[in-house]
Structure formats: structure tokens, C-alpha cells
Design a protein around this ligand. Structure first.
Ligand code: MN
Length: 259
């Protein structure tokens, strides 16, 4: 490909005809972390400790130590995150080819449905209805479920009820369709993880982890500002930290949009 496309991009960025949308939540000690039942190991919350701030410990500089689980806040799931993806090549944060960390996005807006039913399940007919309006999901594209969930805070974000967490996500058939029939890059969501809150009870359980990662696909969780994206046409930039053997990492997810 000629360099012209990059010159057009550079001109678009300079003029504002190409806009950069930040799809990331701010990381802080208040960032809600997924909760697992006993006996599973809990993920640590984000913590930050000042080393110096223009003071005795560093008169001219400010910096912090941070600690956090890999799957905290807006983050990327690598195939090695799930047992089904453990044997795949290039399956960890440091070995996924960089070329795969930029890809187009299809944004499926089911915000109204998720207001009525916080446990909304995305099905194949939902995807087919979206495709009838916006065109076929191309191979290698992200599928992002826009739910409005990023507006929730605190306990409402995990939304635990009597039967466990209630939050939207794809059902088993939908995940299989996206993997086998559409060959997507991965699935992204505004919720704490890519699977629906009720996915522990699915057959198989947690399909958006088991089937996506087993097929070498990725995940994006706790996305924000999906309401600023068009249904098609955005390009996502999703590089996880290059952690050796990492299962995922917090990620500053950016989207390029035209106009
Ligand atoms: Mn994750």
C-alpha cells in the first residue's frame, strides 16, 4: 500500500476530520473489580502509592507505584486467559502480533433493551437484524455490545441479584456464530467482563471466554463512550501492556472515527 493513506490520515487528524475517541474508563482505587465466589482467587483492586512529589523523596519529580490485577478496569483479554486458549500460538499479551491490535469495529446498540432487561442476551437474530441494517460483520472486526452499562457505578456496575450478577452479554449460539460464521477479532463490552452475568449457568459456561479465546479471539471489557461511535467505520487501537506471558492488561482503548 502506498503512503498516501497515511498522509490522508495525518491530514485528517490535524484537521479534526478524523477524531480520536477514548473508550477507556479512568483507573482509580474506586474502579470496580470482578468478584468471584470462594474458593476462587480474588483479583486485587487498583492501588497507587506516591513515591515522591517534588519533595524530600524526589525534589524535582513526581511518580507513583501502582498495583492491579491484569483484568482491572478497561482491559484486553488475551487467548491465554482461558484454558481453551492455553495451547494456541501467540496467545499472550507479549506475543499477539501487533498487526492484530488495530481493527475495525461493529457497534451493536442494544441500550434500550438493556434498560428493560439488565440480563439482556445478544442472540443470532439480534446480530442478523443489525446486519440487515448495517451490512455483514467483516472478518477480523471487533463486535462491540453497546449497552449503556458504562454509565453505572458502584454496586450497580456488577449488579448482583439473588441469582448472581445480572448484566448483558451474548448467548452461546451468538458467540458460536460470531466465531465460526463471522471470524471476528473479538467481542467487546461495557460490562466488567465479556460474558453475560448469567454465563456461569450457560452450556457451555462463559462462552465468550471459552469459545472466543479457544479460537484465538480477544476480549475487551469495561469500555466507555460507545455512544460516540458509529455502527460501522470506527478503527480500534487496543494494545495491552507487553507483559511476558500476560493473560490480559489494562488498556487505553482508542477509536478513530471519520467526520
Ligand atoms: Mn478480562
Amino acid at each position: 500500500m502506498s503512503g498516501d493513506v497515511l498522509q490522508v490520515l495525518a491530514a485528517g487528524l490535524a484537521s479534526g476530520s478524523v477524531r480520536v475517541v477514548d473508550l477507556s474508563q479512568t483507573l482509580s482505587p474506586e474502579t470496580v473489580v470482578i468478584g468471584l465466589p470462594e474458593p476462587f482467587a480474588p483479583s486485587a483492586p487498583f492501588s497507587i502509592e506516591t513515591l515522591s512529589r517534588y519533595d524530600d523523596k524526589g525534589p524535582a519529580w513526581y511518580w507513583n507505584n501502582i498495583a492491579l490485577g491484569e483484568h482491572t478496569g478497561t482491559h484486553f483479554d488475551a487467548p491465554i486467559h482461558w484454558i481453551t486458549g492455553q495451547g494456541l500460538p501467540d496467545n499472550a499479551t507479549d506475543t499477539i502480533p501487533a498487526q492484530k491490535l488495530m481493527a475495525p469495529a461493529c457497534v451493536l446498540n442494544f441500550t434500550a433493551e438493556c434498560v428493560v432487561d439488565p440480563g439482556f442476551l445478544l442472540t443470532v437474530p439480534h446480530v442478523e437484524a443489525w446486519e440487515a441494517a448495517h451490512g455483514r460483520i467483516p472478518a477480523g472486526a471487533w463486535v462491540l455490545l453497546r449497552s449503556g452499562w458504562s454509565k453505572r457505578t458502584g454496586a450497580d456496575f456488577l449488579n448482583f441479584g439473588e441469582t448472581g450478577p445480572q448484566s448483558p452479554g451474548p448467548d452461546v449460539s451468538c458467540v458460536r456464530f460470531l466465531v465460526e460464521e463471522r471470524d471476528v477479532a473479538g467481542f467487546g463490552t461495557e460490562t466488567v467482563g465479556t460474558d453475560a452475568g448469567a454465563a456461569h449457568s450457560f452450556d457451555p459456561p462463559f462462552p465468550c471466554h471459552g469459545m472466543m479465546h479457544g479460537a484465538g479471539k480477544f476480549g475487551l471489557a469495561s469500555l466507555a463512550n460507545l455512544d460516540q461511535l458509529p455502527p460501522t467505520g470506527a478503527i480500534l487501537i487496543t494494545p495491552p501492556l507487553k507483559i511476558a506471558g500476560g493473560s490480559g492488561s489494562p488498556c487505553r482503548v482508542l477509536a478513530l472515527i471519520a467526520g
